[in-house]
Design a protein around this ligand. Structure first.
Ligand SMILES: Cc1cc2nc3c(=O)[nH]c(=O)nc-3n(C[C@H](O)[C@H](O)[C@H](O)COP(=O)(O)OP(=O)(O)OC[C@H]3O[C@@H](n4cnc5c(N)ncnc54)[C@H](O)[C@@H]3O)c2cc1C
Length: 328
């Protein structure tokens, strides 16, 4: 059976992995020239199903709690299981209680425990929430490595405008994110920046709560820190606004003043594809499957959605083959 996947973001690549590891003949096409520049490329890479409960349905936890294991099995060595630390500046400490009421899977910790986890934050915060079971990965490395692995598994990749016109296949999977044509789909703009400094070291993502501008910082190798992310109801993909740069940098500086001296090496914008309920969907229409609406949770939810889609695709095909055999 020939399968065509449109879109080489995290959704398309995880689906390719699920299908290819079940022996399917898979081609992935992307309208861009390479794996970069899509929403997945701009992501923080947090695998944080408990923290996400702050603003998400329980389904995000149910679907996302196995994600770190999936990534670990698919790409050994890429997942860092150091948990998430959630802090708030002294004047916003009530935000910690609010965050705690809306989430689960954490331990409330004091200044000493904060310093033990993150020595560079010693003396900066008196209380924090520690989500020990959460994980993170570097999304760009993970996407590139996954593509490389898929090529090794026999998956074909075609990039660029020309690649979109592919010969017919048995089943097509639309994983085109915000370019998908589902009627309810909307874009939620997320702006981010990347700082470089050797004066701060963090072992895990740190979320800094604030009533208006909550921000997180995700450490990456090479003294890089991804600072994200805005949530703007818009599918405008233009450059980051000055105000967003100010807010993200202010938050980074509030977390550690040494970020004030960091190099601002990149700014970026990604459009999160979301449905009205902010939950992902796998839909089937004839020979086309659509996986979309991964919203804030692409790396967290793509494995579960890809598994669902793979069962839907291969399960039906296997039934068809059995019916054909019976017929002959
Ligand atoms: C700033 C930011 C931070 C985030 N942080 C996190 C995080 O920490 N953890 C997490 O789990 N999630 C995070 N997310 C969410 C996550 O990035 C998205 O949910 C996810 O990237 C959606 O993936 P996707 O593959 O569906 O879409 P995309 O990554 O946008 O991929 C869609 C692909 O389809 C291609 N395409 C479009 N049209 C066509 C066509 N006609 N034919 C072929 N290809 C086409 C596009 O070029 C693109 O490559 C974040 C998002 C943003 C913006």
């Amino acid at each position: 059976m020939k399968l065509l996947i449109r879109g080489a973001g995290v959704t398309g690549l995880t689906l390719a992995h699920e299908l290819a590891s079940r022996g399917a003949d898979v081609t992935v096409v992307d309208i861009k020239r390479q794996i970069a520049g899509n929403a997945s490329w701009q992501a923080g890479g947090m695998l944080a199903p408990w923290c996400e409960l702050e603003s998400a349905e329980d389904a995000v936890l149910t679907l996302g709690r196995g994600a770190a294991d999936w990534w670990d099995a698919a790409l050994p060595g890429h997942v860092m299981r150091n948990g998430t630390l959630v802090v708030a500046p002294a004047r916003d400490v009530a935000e910690l209680d609010r965050f705690g009421r809306r989430t689960s899977g954490y331990r409330a910790i004091d200044a000493e425990a904060i310093a033990a986890l993150e020595p560079d934050l010693e003396g900066s915060f008196t209380r924090a929430l520690f989500f020990a079971d959460e994980a993170h990965l570097d999304p760009r490395r993970a996407l590139l490595r996954l593509q490389q692995k898929l090529v090794g598994m026999g998956v074909r990749f075609e990039f660029g405008y020309g690649a979109v016109h592919q010969p017919s296949c048995d089943v097509e999977a639309d994983c085109t994110g915000i370019a998908g044509r589902q009627p309810e789909l909307r874009g939620v703009r997320g702006e981010m920046l990347i700082l470089k400094t050797s004066d701060v070291s963090l072992a895990r993502p740190v979320r800094l709560l604030h009533p208006r501008v909550p921000v997180y910082i995700v450490p990456r190798s090479g003294n890089l820190f991804m600072v994200g992310a805005t949530m703007i109801e818009s599918d405008a993909a233009g450059p980051i606004s000055a105000r967003s740069v100010l807010e993200l940098l202010n938050a980074a500086y509030a977390l550690h003043p040494a970020f004030g001296e960091a190099e601002l090496v990149e700014t970026g914008t990604g459009i999160r594809p979301a449905f009205t309920d902010n939950l992902p969907r796998v839909e089937r229409e004839g020979n086309t499957i659509r996986i979309n609406g991964l919203y804030r949770h692409g790396f967290l939810l793509a494995p579960a959605m890809a598994r669902q889609a793979a069962v839907m695709i291969l399960g039906t095909e296997m039934e068809k083959e059995r019916a054909d055999e019976a017929h002959h």
